[in-house]
Design a binder for this molecule. Structure first.
Ligand code: UDX
Length: 434
């Protein structure tokens, strides 16, 4: 089937490559000429495991191309909208819909009657109904088809989703469901659950899922705060409650909290939208979820400052990790980067390392010092912080590392190190809530 994917960021680039890999004829469209040039050569403009080979193969096969010209969307049966919906820059928590609105406005002149526009971006509930009116003027249909991919697993999550959600209009639902089933035929064939809903439900599924995940993380981080004053171990607590299948162990890792381009802005936008709808009270707890999350970064900063007897100026700190999570070069709202910035701001001599995210971090914070190798970051450090749980950090040999630092003190901001092994190798080890 001929498909267009409008917006070639994390979501769109992966979606376009994945759809081409299952046999569709795809054009990815983005306003950023540099991004389009990179993608056309098969180079992802960001780090995502498994994406490069998928892209290269799809481009070479002729089934995937990229363009800056919206006219190239003409003739596609389905037009996916995958542009960003960042937090607004005017201090509001609401989502900025500029890119979604611009993408739809630019697409409309190129739509033919019967085309399906399928929104994938995360939007405030009510957006799809509004856009559907515009699309209908061209005789086209609109569906909302949220995307649940995780960075680091984006290819797998796109090709083998946990579920598919189609938010459709009542009067065109049969047609639209049939078209989307054809798009996702391989996933449908393997029995992927597929839920057909109205627009509002589909939009809410996405924000509700992210709100739940954020709440789960802040819940365990709240327990970490209690563990800190009682001497309990939050990791064991998470293991024990996680055995209850109703709770589940996943997303119960306490540490410096969640970041990235989705969870933080999505819970804020959800709160803002709920307030607009007169239901701010219903999700008031999300404000606490956000507060607990941001507190954990400061908690780690405070622990480090305490280890310097309250005088961090000029003290050498190695920060291992900048990305908001491992297997990503994304530093948007990253707790790791924020911690480095805060310690630097307090006068500590911070040197940061990350296997993939240094270039992105440097662009945002050129004032920080970055080391290209882990060895250079930890050399003569008085404190080592692990704030993104890259495998390379989890696999560190504490005995070897102890010979490189000035003082063997480690703060495990992700509770990802074997505390006993590090202590046995002579380290002073501090985790988060354990
Ligand atoms: C998230 C959702 O998981 C995904 O479904 C949605 O489509 C987009 O937002 P992503 O932002 O890629 O995906 O990252 P995710 O794996 O959810 O992690 C988010 C943050 O939570 C990371 O900073 C991670 O380190 C943190 N986290 C995750 C924890 O602190 N503890 C956990 O137990 C799990």
């Amino acid at each position: 089937m001929k498909l267009s994917v409008i917006g070639c960021g994390y979501l769109g680039a992966v979606h376009a490559a994945a759809m081409a890999s299952i046999g569709h004829d795809v054009v990815g469209i983005d306003v950023d000429a540099e991004k389009v040039a990179q993608l056309s050569k098969g180079h992802p403009p960001f780090f995502e495991p498994g994406l490069e080979p998928l892209l290269t193969e799809a481009v070479a096969s002729g089934r995937l191309r990229f363009s800056t010209d919206m006219a190239d969307a003409e003739g596609s049966r389905v037009h996916f909208i995958g542009v960003g919906t960042p937090q607004r820059k005017d201090g509001s928590d609401a989502a900025d819909l500029t890119y979604v609105d611009a993408a739809v406005a630019a697409l409309i002149p190129h739509l033919s009657p019967g085309d399906l526009v399928a929104g994938k971006s995360t939007v405030p509930v009510g957006t799809a109904a509004r856009l559907a009116e515009l699309v209908r003027e061209r005789g086209a249909h609109l569906a909302w088809n949220p995307e649940f991919l995780r960075e680091g697993f984006a290819v797998k999550d796109t090709l083998e989703p946990d579920r598919l959600v189609y938010g459709v209009a009542a009067d065109t639902s049969d047609d639209d469901v049939a078209v989307l089933d054809e798009v996702y035929a391989p996933a449908i064939a393997t029995g992927t659950p597929r839920l057909v809903t109205d627009y509002a439900t589909a939009e809410l599924v996405k924000v509700a899922a992210n709100a739940f995940l954020a709440t789960k993380i802040s819940f365990i981080n709240a327990m970490a705060e209690i563990a800190e004053v009682t001497g309990a171990d939050v990791t064991q607590l998470a293991d024990a409650i996680g055995h209850d299948a109703r709770i589940g162990r996943r997303f119960l890792n306490a540490g410096v909290g969640f970041g990235g381009g989705c969870l933080p802005k999505d819970i804020r936008a959800f709160s803002a939208r709920a307030e607009e709808l007169g239901r701010g009270d219903s999700v008031a707890f999300l404000r606490h979820v956000d507060e607990i999350n941001l507190r954990r970064r400061q908690r780690l900063v405070d622990l480090v400052v305490d280890s310097f007897d309250g005088k961090p100026v000029g003290r050498r700190v190695a920060v291992l990790g900048l990305a908001f999570k491992p297997d990503s070069d994304d530093v948007r709202d990253s707790p790791a980067l924020d911690i480095a910035v805060r310690l630097h701001g307090l006068g500590a001599e911070v040197i940061s390392h990350d296997p993939e995210a240094i270039a992105n971090a440097r662009r945002l914070h050129p004032q920080l010092r970055y080391a290209d190798t882990l060895e250079a970051a930890v050399a003569d450090a008085e404190v080592v912080l692990v704030v993104t749980e890259w495998k390379a950090y989890r696999d560190l040999d504490p005995a070897m590392l102890a010979t490189m630092v000035a003082r063997a003190t480690v703060f495990d901001g992700r509770n990802c190190l074997d505390a006993d092994a590090w202590r046995a190798a002579g380290w002073s080890y501090t985790g988060m809530g354990r």
